[in-house]
Write a protein that binds this ligand. Structure first.
Ligand code: ZN
Length: 133
């Protein structure tokens, strides 16, 4: 039996939109962050606990490294190719890191929560179980 496990396109589109809008990985609607860097412990919409276990967000570091590279690489390459001085290069990179860190921090956690949800799905508490579960 060859079972098709791919998600429908609309489900993938909804998840991508939820990632871009920084929404809950389970209900795709609740806002995990209630401040620039502060998160709710549970989703205000569906009630799932964002930090599944102690140290859950350590894996978000891998996404932070990747996002940091993607964010810094273009300007680093530009500065290198235009022959910028070491002081200018360092100053621009430091300023960029400081200004964009909140964005990298938030998206790294959001990405990790969504990847984790796709790898080990959780349902909204109180929702009906899967038919074949
Ligand atoms: Zn939710």
């Amino acid at each position: 039996m060859n079972q098709d496990t791919r998600q429908p396109i609309s489900a993938s589109r909804n998840r991508l939109l939820a990632i871009l809008l920084q929404r809950c990985p389970v209900c795709l609607e609740g806002k995990p962050f209630d401040g620039l860097l502060h998160m709710h412990k549970t989703c205000p919409r569906c009630g799932i606990q964002f930090e599944r276990e102690t140290g859950f967000f350590l894996n978000a570091m891998f996404f932070a490294y990747a996002l940091g590279f993607v964010v810094l690489a273009p300007s680093a390459l530009y500065l290198y190719l235009t022959g910028a001085s070491t002081a200018l290069f360092t100053g621009v990179m430091a300023a960029e890191i400081l200004l964009l860190w909140p964005l990298v921090f938030r998206y790294s956690r959001i990405l990790w929560m969504h990847v984790d949800q796709m790898l080990d799905p959780r349902r909204i508490p109180g929702s009906a179980p899967e038919p074949d579960a």
